[in-house]
Design a protein around this ligand. Sequence first.
Ligand code: SD4
Length: 321
Amino acid sequence: PATLPLVINTWPFINASAVAWQVLQSGGSVLDAVEQGCTRCEAEQCDGSVGYGGSPDEKGETTLDAMIMNGDTLEVGAVADLRRIKNAIGVARAVMERTDHTLLVGESASLFAENMGFTAEDLTTNKSMNIFSQWLSNNCQPNYRKNVFPDPSKFCGPYKPTAVVNEKRRAQSTDILSHDTIGMIAIDQHGHVAAGTSTNGMTHKVPGRVGDSPIPGSGAYADSTVGAAAATGDGDIMMRFLPSYLAVELMRNGADPSSACKTAISRIKKHHKEFFGAIICANTTGHYGAACNKFSKISKFHFMVSNSESNTPLMKSVDCI
Ligand code: SD4
């Protein structure tokens, strides 16, 4: 039986789910729940792929993408390529509530954040430095450059063809599994809906690269007349398909959350058999679902659900299609 309120988020990020649930239980808004739940992941560096000290880019810097969406007003706040500020989803919310804009990027987003009172600090950690220097010294490949860049060796040492890199990435399921954006949906008893995401993107990305996570309709989408969706995975591919928007529109037309999620994944699969991605969906009756693409060793996707059935976050999983 479906119940409200409901918090659902990508991956087994149990503390994030617990924080968001607690916010709703103590009378906080769905936006507070999503912001604080994702903030928790940023602070504890969930899987190394949310928050500071993860996914160093080709220059070794960690940069963050995040968004938050108010399903009542359809307002969005987002930041992309955010530098030196840990609380990316907090800044995203400030963009939504304290400007007339939707998306701020790069150094200018950082400056905005500082003006809003967020602390500027180095996002590099020993761990991210190690990932970066290991890549530089012995395993350096221009992962996210096509073979046409003038001289990739100038960037990171001996060039190896992209195909080799991809093989290698696929063989190391932990590498793939470490790309774990938090996407979260919160719905309260009154049917207010919010959704959000936070991530440090992809390791060894080209500086300036922005993923799907801060893009409305791609990383997440929320509409309180329907429900919400949030996505995770290979953002460079997923963002071309607006899977979160598609899933919400399918639910608007009567699809249940599981089949909406499946259709959104299938749409991408039509064009990319080999991509890593998953999506979570929920509607305003408290029903929820998820779907993922079968990829390499990944045949299941795990996500967290908090509702009054258990009163505590439960891990759920879905078989990939
Ligand atoms: C990105 N979608 O930046 C993110 C990464 C991710 O699970 O979600 N990994 O492409």
